[in-house]
Design a protein around this ligand. Structure first.
Ligand SMILES: Cc1cc2nc3c(=O)[nH]c(=O)nc-3n(C[C@H](O)[C@H](O)[C@H](O)COP(=O)(O)O)c2cc1C
Ligand code: SF4
Length: 413
């Protein structure tokens, strides 16, 4: 029987999230003090050697991203940190608990990251309907200024850093880092073409570090306790813990912080109280709409970035939506396809037309009279074409739920 390992959520439920004194009494802002006594490059090395990987979905090395950003455009007068608190992936609700229960943890991580890349300005992009997250973060920022953790000459050092909140307006695409930068610049939420990456040319053309809330909440822990301590959790290539947001046909939906490498069976049985009404497990959608379906053959696979990728599955943002026998794979898949159609920004033809076509073919799959296997094959072909020709990752995503649903549940579909 596994237990929760609370590294990031250690203060959640035990301190008053609106009290900076509570956070300080629990050891808060000691990591910032330590980081400011270290050269920026050493902070980056520590994070790199700890093996921290981005928790926003892609799992890219956080230290490496910081290194690229600190070395990008050395002549530029400004560097930025942008905190991705948009949390738009369906089934994902884990950044919210950090922002509501322990906002200083990720704020401290943001200030340390800014020191590491020598940024002087940061933006926290929070989805507009996350009212509590916004309010708790606002209070945390205000208190951090009063205590000298933000502003000029932080803790008596040479380092200056200001941060402010910007609100998203509910566009899924604005969670994508380059689209978020457009939105922050006051433009319509259309993606930019990569390269250049934000590390070279990001917000207002300046080198920019974009990190997810959970990623940044890991930073103070690593700096204060060190890479070796951190690496006792998780696996060699996916160290640390991850907050899993589990929902669907289980008894105790919610957020659970577990070591990376936990299995889906352990998550469902030991944490989420087992299947609802004792129904048999049928499938899980891992990583949200831009994720993959798995069936019971994957229940004992270790959930790490690499192991799941090797099995053509995704860890993504840590969303796990559980389905029981009797639930319709078709309904969930069609929901995902409708979601992509709705969120497509329409800038490029393959995605604008392709997302509509997939929904239409999905309806045919249910009601049509022609050969259904053929329709499924056409849908896969279309989604593959979209993956190859769309401008941004949104158009490249429908293939993931579609192909995995077909792989495990072709007969049902
Ligand atoms: C369509 C789309 C939506 C995304 N939405 C989010 C989001 O809501 N939150 C997030 O942290 N990352 C999101 N991402 C991933 C970001 O583009 C980016 O990889 C992430 O913010 C990097 O931070 P990390 O390295 O700390 O994970 C999204 C990506 C795509 C393609
Ligand atoms: S892939 Fe879709 S969301 Fe991305 S630019 Fe093209 S139309 Fe817009």
């Amino acid at each position: 029987m596994i237990k929760e390992t609370r590294v990031i959520l250690k203060n959640a439920g035990t301190i008053n999230p609106e009290s900076i004194d509570d956070y300080i009494a629990a050891g808060g802002y000691e990591a910032l003090r330590k980081a400011l006594s270290m050269p920026p490059g050493s902070v980056i090395d520590e994070l790199m050697e700890a093996g921290l990987r981005g928790r926003g979905g892609a799992g890219f090395s956080t230290g490496m991203k910081q290194q690229f950003t600190s070395q990008g455009c050395l002549d530029c007068p400004q560097r930025y940190v942008v905190v991705n608190a948009d949390e738009g992936e369906p089934g994902t609700f884990k950044d919210r608990i950090i922002m509501e229960e322990d906002p200083h943890s990720y704020l401290e991580g943001t200030i340390i990251a800014a020191h590491a890349i020598q940024a002087t300005k940061g933006y926290i992009y929070i989805r507009g309907e996350y009212y509590n997250s916004i309010q708790k973060t606002e209070k945390a920022i205000q208190d951090a200024y009063e205590k000298g953790f933000l502003g000029k000459n932080i803790l008596g050092s040479e380092f200056d850093f200001d941060v402010e909140i910007k609100l998203g307006a509910g566009s899924y695409l604005c969670g994508e880092e380059l689209t978020m930068l457009e939105s922050l610049e006051g433009k319509r939420g259309n993606p930019r073409i990569k390269p250049p990456f934000p590390a070279e040319k990001g917000l207002f053309g300046m080198p920019t570090l974009v990190n997810n809330v959970e990623t940044l909440a890991n930073v103070p822990v690593i700096i204060s306790k060190g890479k070796d301590w951190y690496r006792q959790y998780g696996t060699e290539r996916s160290p640390g813990t991850k907050i899993f947001s589990i929902s669907g046909q289980i008894n105790k939906p919610g957020n659970y912080e577990l070591e990376l490498g936990v299995t889906l069976r352990q998550l469902i049985e030991d944490m989420a109280g087992g299947m609802k009404d004792g129904k048999p497990f049928k499938a899980a959608l891992l990583g949200g709409a831009a994720g993959t379906f798995v069936d019971s053959s994957m229940l004992d696979e270790r959930m790490t970035y690499d192991n799941l990728r090797e099995k053509d599955a995704t860890l993504g943002s840590g969303a796990v939506i559980v389905l029981a026998e009797g639930d319709s794979i078709y309904d969930i898949l069609q929901n995902c396809l409708r979601f992509f159609r709705h969120e497509s920004c329409g800038k490029c033809v393959p995605c604008r037309v392709g997302t509509s076509l997939l929904v239409r073919k999905g309806v045919e799959l249910l009601n049509g009279h022609s050969e259904k296997m053929l329709i499924l094959q056409e849908m896969e072909k279309e989604a593959e074409l979209m993956a190859k020709t769309s401008l941004c990752p949104l158009g490249q995503s429908p293939i993931l739920p579609l192909k995995s649903a077909t792989r495990y549940f072709a007969e049902e579909l």
